[in-house]
Design a protein around this ligand. Structure first.
Ligand code: ASP
Length: 349
């Protein structure tokens, strides 16, 4: 090093040069994504978790009719939130350990780089709409609990009892089975699979390449009151970058928060990975973390990611097989199998 170049200046210069290089390669990738036109007929695309068949259908139709992609995915997700038969989202969602339904949701609007989210919201069946309201009507991103409820009521939402007879029955059954000797017994669906959690994630890209996403859930069944999962955490349960794509999650929220999953998926796509590959690589991080976790952290539970990019390519992956997702494209509305890392173990959901 020349004596004239002090260590400090050298560091300053080399860091700036390094940053410049990093920025250039980053921008180059972004530009490829933003400037390579989507193949004709490949847009719009709407993807969601398996419970979102009606949601993707609705969102796709709205986008085709000229709606903003965020309005479209929220309208789609509202259908599932209103449905008492989906016991993992909105009205009829399984309650916390005290028998109270606490909902989490988030949304992101790519074109305006805005986000909104709500955690542990009681009495309001459409937390995704409240998340959008926070985004539209404040310069805050996340409200929780009492404050979120107050905000919703101030904007005209009405308090409702979200516990259906069916969800109360399952909560009582869970309570009946609690003892110091046995594990709690989760409720089961018609096929005999345990229902312990679930979520809807729905992401869309419209014909102009504008992107939006939403995530909504009642979280883990019979959770500790006040527990907030990944769904309302921007970057974990949902992430949208209008230059790249969108991703969202369902499944074990705590595992996903630790890898900031949705953001990680989008960053892999930014660096050139396909949506499916980006989901798979992020899931592998969860598996790696699990290996280092203490025993009491528990077994590896399922997590799934659902991703689209600006060009209308889409993909989804789950830790365990037999996980599906819903998709709407010009070819129609259908369910497809997620890529996966491991075969589904007996008894997993
Ligand atoms: N991710 C949700 C949570 O942890 C639950 C789920 O999707 O199954 O709250």
């Amino acid at each position: 090093m020349s004596p004239k170049v002090s260590r400090r200046n050298f560091l300053k210069k080399s860091t700036a040069a390094g940053m410049g290089a990093a920025l250039i390669s980053h921008m180059a990738v972004e530009n490829v994504m933003a400037q390579t036109p989507a193949p004709p007929g490949s847009l719009p695309v709407v993807i969601s978790s398996v419970n979102g068949l009606e949601a993707v259908k609705k969102a796709f139709e709205m986008i085709k009719g000229g709606s903003d992609p965020l309005d479209a995915v929220i309208a789609g997700v509202n259908i599932v939130e209103d449905d008492p038969n989906d016991m993992t989202v909105g009205y009829g969602g399984l309650p916390n350990e005290d028998g109270e339904v606490e909902l989490d949701a988030s949304c992101m609007h790519g074109p305006t780089c805005r986000a909104g989210s709500v955690g542990a919201l009681k009495f309001i069946k459409n937390p995704s709409t409240v998340a959008k309201l926070i985004m539209d009507r404040s310069n805050r991103i996340m409200l929780v609990g009492e404050g979120a409820l107050k905000f919703a009521l101030a904007h005209g939402f009405k308090k409702e009892n979200l516990l259906t007879d069916k969800s109360r029955e399952l909560w009582l059954k869970w309570k009946d089975n609690l003892s110091t000797h046995d594990d709690w017994e989760p409720p089961h669906d018609k096929e005999g699979n345990p229902i312990t959690h679930g979520t809807i994630n729905c992401n869309a890209v419209d014909a102009r390449g504008n992107i939006a996403g939403v995530n909504s859930t009642s979280g883990m069944a019979f959770k500790v009151a006040g527990r907030v999962g990944d769904s309302p955490i921007i970057g974990a349960g949902l992430y949208v970058d209008n230059e790249v794509g969108a991703a969202g999650s369902t499944g074990h929220g705590e595992a996903n928060i630790k890898v900031v999953g949705a953001h990680t998926v989008v960053e892999f796509m930014r660096d050139g990975a396909s949506p499916e590959e980006a989901c798979v690589r992020t899931l592998k991080r969860i598996v790696e973390m699990q290996k280092k976790a203490p025993k009491w952290w528990g077994e590896l539970q399922n997590v799934a990611y659902y991703a689209i990019n600006k060009r209308g390519q889409f993909g989804a992956a789950a830790i365990y097989g037999e996980t599906r997702y819903a998709i709407a494209t010009r070819e129609g509305v259908r369910r497809l199998e997620c890529a996966y890392l491991f075969k589904k173990p007996a008894g997993a959901n």
